[in-house]
Design a protein around this ligand. Structure first.
Ligand code: GLU
Length: 377
């Protein structure tokens, strides 16, 4: 059963497993304290979802905001990486305690998972996280996930919990993600402009859709903004996961959005399957392969990536590495796992398959990236 409208997110037949992402500005008040009443109302809604037969995973921000207030740090703890790391260390312990207490009050056991971008980009660690989430849900607990901000450094962090929520949804094998935000959804232009209208449904995040996002977070407390929400929607839509953005500022945010029907629903576009979904959602690539127009066409038709279509290879990587594939104009086309390291690819690029044995001195592999290990973007 496919998800087609916002209310499908509360239908256990269509959304047996739901990820709910709560942004910092919803969780933490301007005074730096948790918005308890609001959180209590959300905990009640989570209990109701479970009573309906849905399993729920929470992705919760707020560690940096809570910790910064306690440590008295300027700029909400986001002035420098080390301040954010310290703030998160203080805030996360409070955040975990808060969820444990509030979910406990409605009879739910909370479980805490802290992950980094690398944890989810590494296949083995990703599968571990996935198994843990599955086991927790089976056991009736609600996993509460956040980025491990105290150890994540600038180059290797999500930084926003929107993409993290989409990645966590893949790991959780969820059907849908609800991004609770302080905006109503995606507008066709800056919502401050006159005549801006809210998009109810988006079928595929195109360049036109990207152009609508302004990139700034309206509250200034979180780090998300619409750009990262669209990136999250792209990760989700390729993995067969629906994603909704709606305004969660009022109490009982989920019921409210469902009854008012206000929000933006990004429909799943295709379901790449488990391995390809993980690969397509990987955030860091170890290198880049640039291909010519003929190769780009073959890839779009579902073909494997062959040496003959490669014009350039960037970065140093070994066999099995995850690389990005781009066309000569620099447009990202695909992500895949290579059969050859970068040094070998440099030697065989531009050559036909029947020339490879001679160039390499050994029997070549069937492709540089086999189609089973390749995800179109
Ligand atoms: N992980 C960060 C925190 O807990 C929030 C990231 C975001 O703003 O999306 O504070």
């Amino acid at each position: 059963m496919t998800i087609e409208r916002l209310t499908d997110l509360i239908d256990p037949a269509k959304t047996p497993r739901l990820v709910v992402k709560v942004g910092s500005s919803l969780l933490v008040g301007k005074d730096g304290k948790p918005r308890r009443e609001w959180l209590e109302s959300l905990a009640e809604e989570i209990a109701e979802a479970r009573a309906r037969g849905q399993q729920v995973v929470v992705v919760s921000s707020g560690a940096i905001a809570l910790g910064a207030a306690r440590l008295g740090l300027a700029k909400g703890g986001r002035g420098s990486l080390s301040e954010a790391q310290a703030a998160a260390a203080v805030g996360q312990i409070a955040l975990g305690g808060l969820w444990s207490e509030l979910l406990g009050k409605v009879g739910i056991t909370a479980a805490q998972l802290l992950v980094t971008l690398e944890d989810l980009d590494d296949r083995r660690r990703y599968l571990n996280a996935s198994a843990t989430i599955g086991k927790l849900l089976e056991a009736g607990a609600v996993p509460v996930i956040n980025e491990n901000d105290s150890v994540a450094t600038e180059e290797i962090r999500f930084g926003d919990n929107d993409r993290l929520a989409a990645r966590a949804a893949q790991a959780a094998r969820a059907d849908a993600v609800a991004l609770l935000s302080d905006v109503d959804g995606l507008y066709d232009r800056d919502p401050a402009e006159e005549g801006a209208s809210l998009l109810g449904r988006v079928e595929g995040v195109t360049a036109e859709i990207h152009a609508m996002a302004s990139g700034s977070s309206s509250s200034g407390m979180g780090s998300g903004g619409m750009t990262s929400k669209l990136q999250a929607a792209e990760i989700a839509e390729r993995a067969g996961i629906a994603l909704a953005i709606f305004n969660g500022t009022q109490e009982r945010p989920i019921s409210r959005a469902m009854s008012e029907g206000i929000g933006t629903l990004f429909l799943p576009r295709r379901n790449d399957g488990a391995l390809k979904s993980w690969l397509g959602g990987r955030q860091r690539m170890e290198g880049v392969i640039v291909v010519d127009a003929g190769c780009a066409k073959a890839l779009a038709k579902g073909g494997s990536l062959l040496a003959t279509g490669i014009t350039e290879v960037e970065g140093e990587f070994g066999r099995g590495a995850a690389v990005g594939v781009r066309d000569v104009q620099g447009k990202p086309l695909a992500q895949g796992l290579v059969e050859y390291g970068s040094a070998e690819i440099s030697r065989i690029k531009g050559h036909r398959s029947d020339e490879l044995a001679n160039l390499l001195g050994y029997a070549p592999r069937s492709a540089v990236i086999h189609r089973d290990q390749l995800v179109l973007l």
